[in-house]
Write a protein that binds this ligand. Structure first.
Ligand SMILES: Cc1cc2nc3c(=O)[nH]c(=O)nc-3n(C[C@H](O)[C@H](O)[C@H](O)COP(=O)(O)OP(=O)(O)OC[C@H]3O[C@@H](n4cnc5c(N)ncnc54)[C@H](O)[C@@H]3O)c2cc1C
Length: 97
């Protein structure tokens, strides 16, 4: 991926550019009829290993906590892919194990 300061390679990219969807569009991510980046609950875009979060995936139904949650959903999906099984980042009470 190109930036003002050079080219970078990464196994995954999580986009969080708010209402500016140009990077996602340049990457080839599909958009919906509303013009937002098309993702499901894991925040995966149509481009493999590219995620989109927050205002770029919602038609003005924006809230800070939703955007933060989108980032968490994307991160958990990356961790699940890397581990090869569902990844949980919460503690389990000792008597529930
Ligand atoms: C006026 C207003 C008031 C709001 N008040 C509330 C509120 O009270 N409570 C609430 O929960 N929500 C509020 N919201 C909504 C909240 O701000 C958004 O839901 C949230 O900020 C979206 O987060 P985001 O990470 O998707 O995008 P943003 O917060 O917009 O962050 C995107 C970031 O990406 C950067 N960026 C974009 N393109 C590039 C690029 N090419 N290279 C590098 N950086 C780039 C931008 O500069 C920006 O810093 C308000 C929104 C507005 C407009």
């Amino acid at each position: 991926m190109g930036t003002d300061e050079g080219e970078y390679e990464a196994p995954y990219v999580v986009l969080a550019t708010g209402a500016d969807r140009s990077i996602a569009e340049n990457l080839g991510c599909e958009t919906t009829d509303d013009g937002v980046v098309d993702v499901g609950v894991t925040m995966k875009t149509s481009v493999p290993n590219a995620y989109a979060t927050g205002a770029m995936v919602r038609a003005e139904e924006w809230q800070a906590v939703i955007s933060a949650g989108d980032g968490a959903a994307a991160a958990l999906n990356v961790l699940t892919k890397e581990r090869g099984e569902h990844f949980h980042d919460f503690d389990v009470p000792a008597d529930a194990e």
